[in-house]
Write a protein of this length. Structure first.
Lengths: 110, 114
């Protein structure tokens, strides 16, 4: 069956460290993968998109990698700050549908 | 500023009622989606639409139907609301075609069925 898995429900790190979140998928062949941020009580907000032919994408303190052989994407936040505390969702395109993982809740303590 | 607007932020309905959740986008997007979000289960796709009058079932369509009579509006209908449909409902829209796309979400509707 098709699955998208984000490896942990919660991740706690200290301010200034790098947070690394993982997204694995099975039985999909996505043309792209996206990452979103969601704050409590709000809808998700788009952060980054990476295509199947791209290995890495960066935006300010964010970095995403995409390994279609391992069927995995890694999402990094460098020099993390308490304001980065939120739930992060990965999503992949399956035909016209957009399918989400369950998310990882990141808590950055000062 | 692009916008996806859901008609209600909070809604309380009785079991057996017919419930309409409305979503409007102003970006001329072809694709629109309805998700529900529950603790521990994440965002689950109920239905999506890639064009006017077109609809496709997502992962959990049972108990729901949708309507897309105009490009900018996508409605989710609970034919006979049940307590297990208490949830946060999120609408999203996305442009079709080019891979350099992102989904825009509404603010969500928290539906409670009593």
């Amino acid at each position: 069956s098709q699955k998208i898995e984000q490896n942990s429900e919660a991740l706690n790190i200290q301010e200034g460290k790098t947070a690394t979140l993982t997204c694995n998928y099975t039985n999909y062949s996505p043309a792209y993968l996206q990452w979103y941020r969601q704050d409590p009580g709000r809808g998700p907000v788009f952060l980054l998109l990476i295509r199947e032919n791209e290995k890495e994408k960066r935006k300010e303190r964010l970095k995403v990698t995409f390994d279609t052989t391992l069927k995995q994407s890694l999402f990094h936040i460098t020099a993390s700050q308490p304001a980065d505390s939120a739930t992060y969702l990965c999503a992949l395109g399956s035909g016209t549908a957009l399918i989400f993982g369950k998310g990882t809740t990141l808590s950055v303590s000062s | 500023d692009v916008k996806v607007t859901q008609s209600s932020r909070y809604l309380v309905k009785r079991t057996g009622e017919k419930v309409f959740l409305e979503c409007v986008q102003d970006m001329d997007h072809e694709n629109m989606f309805w998700y529900r979000q529950d603790p521990g289960l994440g965002l689950r796709l109920i239905y999506f639409s890639y064009d006017v009058k077109m609809k496709e079932k997502g992962d959990i369509p049972e108990g729901y139907s949708v309507s897309r009579e105009k490009k900018e509006r996508f409605s989710l209908i609970l034919e006979s609301a049940s307590t297990n449909q208490t949830s946060m409902y999120l609408c999203a829209s996305m442009s079709q075609g080019a891979l350099n796309t992102e989904a825009f979400f509404g603010q969500g509707t928290r539906l409670t069925v009593v």
